[in-house]
Write a protein that binds this ligand. Structure first.
Ligand code: PPE
Length: 307
């Protein structure tokens, strides 16, 4: 269950959590044509809080809307300000932020016509996505029977609601088979991403991640690439096969919700030593230092606020 807070920002107004409702003929509810973001804020060691990569997430929200050809009736700055206001209004020093842009009710049929474009911003406390233990011990993963999107079937640079039906199918299959997460391959059989995370592998201290194409341009992915390069690691964005993952020394997922989650097993093969590897641990530590404002080199990624 989501941990309720008091208010949701809804079309420019704060509405009590339980009253943030829509009509059953809401267009997006039927056809999935909406866009959303997943953002986190963290308590910093100086006593303030900070949203991680706020501007870039909001930019991706607007990119997603452009790709879907819908116009958000606010500016990027207005949405950034509304996010901070929503965190403050709810006295939330640390949590998850979910802006959603959707097509309201009016006409039915796949052409949304003049239906209103509506925006909500919800925030709530959300701990480790795959469990606190997973961050240290790693998770068990199974290759999905569901293929990740073809770039001309779904728009993969956009975080479109309907794209996630593929993720829901894959995740449900993985969990019902006793695994924590699904490994999704692209249409050519190369490793793409998971239901809600990008993926990295490490072998001989070299880092590799799937190139953009079938995968979401994750901001955590971008953060890992940046910090790994800054630490002197070689990082390549190159297609790789599932057997290259099987023989990796280390593997981990990256995502706003999942943060950096180590992978300890794939399709019954133990990855590396079967627990979080040293390079994964190093990146994880660096990541948590950055989001908590302890590494000033990346201070530009943080938007501070005070409760
Ligand atoms: N791939 C997919 C398919 C994806 O959904 C996410 C985020 C990522 C990669 C990583 O992107 P980024 O968060 O910018 O590093 N998934 C969001 C939704 C998770 C959910 O279950 O809901 C998230 O992590 O917020």
């Amino acid at each position: 269950m989501v941990d309720k807070v008091n208010f949701i920002w809804f079309d420019g107004e704060f509405v009590p959590w339980d009253e943030a409702k829509v009509h059953v003929l809401t267009h997006t509810l039927h056809y999935g044509a909406g866009v959303f973001e997943g953002i986190r804020s963290y308590k910093c060691s100086d006593g303030t809080s900070a949203v991680f990569r706020l501007n870039e997430h909001v930019r991706r929200l607007f990119d997603s809307a452009k790709i879907l050809n819908i116009k958000i009736p606010y500016t990027e700055q207005e949405i950034c300000d509304a996010i901070i206001d929503t965190l403050k209004k709810n006295n939330l020093p640390e949590g998850y932020i979910r802006p959603l842009v959707f097509i309201g009710d009016g006409a039915m049929g796949v052409h949304p016509s003049t239906n209103p474009i509506r925006v909500i911003i919800a925030v709530w406390p959300w701990g480790a996505y795959l469990g606190e233990e997973a961050l240290e011990k790693g998770i068990r993963v199974k290759t999905s029977s569901f293929t990740r999107h073809h770039v001309n079937v779904m728009m993969t640079k956009a975080k479109i609601c309907g794209n996630y039906v593929n993720s829901v199918l894959a995740k449900m299959e993985a969990v019902s088979n006793g695994y924590d997460e699904a490994l999704m391959l692209d249409v050519d059989g190369y490793v793409a991403e998971a239901s809600g995370e990008n993926l990295f592998i490490v072998r001989d201290s070299k880092i590799k991640t799937s190139p953009l194409g079938p995968v979401l341009p994750g901001l955590t992915r971008d953060c890992i690439i940046t910090i790994a390069k800054d630490m002197g690691y070689e990082v390549t964005e190159q297609r790789f096969t599932r057997d290259e993952l099987y023989i990796a020394d280390e593997a981990f997922f990256s995502g706003t919700a999942a943060e950096l989650t180590p992978i300890r097993e794939v399709d019954g093969r133990i990855i590396g030593a079967g627990h979080r590897g040293p390079i994964t641990k190093l990146f994880q530590q660096e990541f948590f230092k950055i989001v908590r404002g302890e590494n000033l080199k990346y201070a530009g990624w943080l938007t501070h606020y005070e409760i």
